[in-house]
Design a protein around this ligand. Structure first.
Ligand code: F6R
Length: 253
């Protein structure tokens, strides 16, 4: 495709399941320490995959508060049309899991307003914010079983900065487990687009579990295509895939 200037090898870190969270946390912390920005800008996923890593980071925070005091956080994605106190909001989830435990206060957080009256103005607000405060220093991503990163679903346009999108039925099904049934999963979501994700100075893609093995193989070895948004990660040089052996079972046989 014309927008693929160069194809890069993804750097793969293979772990056993027990070490996955620790390796992910250590890799993130290493990138943070290497970061020469005074206030590193990070974006982080919700979901099942990073939970162990977040637990490791909470433990790390207890003895390393100075490192965390510098961090700025930008939301990767957010369900749309929910009220600010809704527990399903990703900002509330991450607030509980990480942001408050790590003392990343509100003045260092930026995110989508789920209940924004004008979604176009809301995505524009994030675009302007990124223009003035970006780029992202470290992007940590999970991988959807359909190849999404953030909520850039199959077909996502590569040069978008921020979007309101309709969640695919596969993604809504996957999210149903978190909110006791499909009826509780919103139909739309905001997401950072592929552009600011791919422009991040350092990207970690976290993948665990055999159910991600087929899609991870396509991401790593299949065509680079907007039908598998994570395959676009092969167009930038700074991506590390941290995957457990179950997730790599197809790729590595
Ligand atoms: C959520 C996000 C998604 C998830 C992906 C994997 O904020 O960005 O891309 O990372 O759907 O979710 P889990 O980890 O639950 O398999």
């Amino acid at each position: 495709m014309s927008y693929v200037k160069k194809i890069h090898d993804l750097h793969i870190v293979r772990t056993c399941s027990q070490d996955f969270a620790r390796v992910a946390a250590e890799s993130f912390l290493g990138a943070l320490k290497d970061c020469d920005t005074p206030s590193p800008l990070v974006t982080l996923p919700t979901g099942h995959t990073p939970l162990g890593m977040y637990e490791e980071l909470r433990t790390h925070h207890a003895n390393n508060k100075a490192l965390w005091n510098r961090i700025r956080y930008l939301a990767l994605d957010e369900y749309a049309d929910l009220k600010p106190d809704d527990p399903r909001l990703f900002q509330n989830w991450l607030d509980r899991e990480l942001l408050t435990p790590l003392s990343i206060n509100q003045d260092r957080r930026t995110g989508f307003r789920s209940d924004a009256a004008d979604p176009e103005a809301e995505t524009r607000r994030i675009e302007i914010w990124l223009d003035q405060n970006g780029p992202i220093d470290i992007a940590v991503l999970g991988l959807g079983t359909n190849g999404h990163i953030g909520f850039n679903e199959p077909g996502a346009v590569f040069n978008h900065v921020a979007n309101l999108i309709a969640l695919s039925s596969e993604t809504r099904q996957a999210n149903a487990a978190y909110w006791s049934g499909l009826d509780h999963v919103p139909e739309k979501a905001y997401t950072l687009g592929l552009k600011p994700i791919l422009d991040a100075r350092k990207i970690f893609l976290l993948v665990s579990g055999a159910h991600k093995s087929a899609i991870l193989d396509k991401v790593m070895n299949g065509p680079i295509t907007q039908d598998i948004p994570a395959s676009m990660l092969r167009t930038v040089p700074n991506v590390t895939v941290i995957a457990d052996k179950d997730a790599l079972e197809i790729t590595h046989g």
